[in-house]
Design a protein around this ligand. Structure first.
Ligand code: G1P
Length: 290
């Protein structure tokens, strides 16, 4: 029986074009949702799920993501001298244990599948998680921890799925569903960004995956799919029938933080969960919203 997942791949090489000009000089993963950068939500979710090695697949100009996970000696010293204990604690909480972050450059933007494949030597022959930080999944326990617990029973490959409106299938990997049991549905097929009339269902894969290392072998064939890119969805589809493969209906709310609307809603939704912010946000809304 499967035990735990040790290693997570976080693809963070994207240009963040939907968030320009904010992302001209700042990686989209470093834009804040409240007082934490987007990357922090995915990292914390991974740590909660028992992940001990984080592989960042990054790109030129995105070094601030690595800096965020490192120590900041001058800042920490200054906060200490000034007696700012709360702030100091919040900064120290972002530092990962020594040796637990590996960073790899995806030299060319050849697609999500290519980004994941860039992590193959670090992942080795272990099952691994993939978290797309753009997808902020709010809720407790976190989405990946829920998945690891389900995966202990299923083994194989497990992808988080949610229903999307029919007109949105063209933005996602869509699964063809088989038998369901509780929150698990057997995956019979996967297609990347189908037009609504061609979609096998409305069950969309969101950015949380537990995958077997064989997917790296398929990705290594560098076959191009939708949009001319090397697609993770196509490589996963090749494992169906060879290994267990399930979709997992997680509990929680997914926010698309690669878009302005998604980050706006995420900011509001998360603020309403925070005791220090919620009363003032509600008061503002009562006054300004009809
Ligand atoms: C990627 C994947 C897609 C998945 C989506 C989830 O697409 O290719 O299969 O459904 O993430 O957010 P992207 O959003 O990078 O276009």
């Amino acid at each position: 029986m499967a035990t735990g997942i040790e290693v997570a791949v976080l693809p963070v090489a994207g240009m963040g074009t939907r968030m320009l000009p904010a992302t001209k000089a700042v990686p989209k993963e470093m834009l804040p949702i409240l007082d934490r950068p987007l990357i922090q939500y995915a990292i914390d979710e991974a740590l909660e799920a028992g992940i001990r090695e984080v592989v960042l697949v990054t790109a030129r100009g995105k070094d601030s993501i690595e800096d965020h996970l490192d120590t900041a000696p001058e800042l920490e010293r200054t906060l200490e001298i000034r007696g700012r204990a709360r702030e100091l604690e919040s900064v120290r909480a972002t530092r990962l244990p020594p040796g637990s972050v590996v960073s790899i450059r995806q030299q060319e933007p050849l697609g999500l599948g290519h980004a994941v494949w860039c992590a193959r030597h670090v992942v080795g022959r272990r099952p691994f998680a993939v978290l797309l930080p753009d997808d902020l999944v709010a809720g407790s326990p976190g989405c990946l921890l829920q998945m690891v617990e389900a995966w202990r029973e299923t083994g194989g490959n497990l992808v988080a799925v949610e229903e999307v409106p029919p007109e949105r299938t063209g933005s996602y990997g869509i699964m063809s569903p088989g038998a369901s049991r509780g929150r698990l549905t057997e995956v019979l097929g996967l297609v990347e960004k189908p037009r609504p009339e061609e979609a096998p269902s409305r069950l969309a894969v969101i950015g949380r995956y537990i995958l077997q290392p064989e997917v790296m072998d398929v990705l290594g064939q560098h076959r191009r799919g939708a949009g001319g890119e090397i697609q993770l969805t196509d490589a996963m589809a090749e494992l169906i029938g060879r290994q267990p493969f399930h979709g997992f209906a997680f509990t929680g709310t997914r926010h698309d933080c690669g878009s302005v609307l998604g980050t706006t809603i995420a900011t509001l939704a998360l603020a309403l969960e925070r005791p220090d912010l919620a009363p003032a946000v509600r008061a503002w809304a009562a006054e300004h919203l009809p």
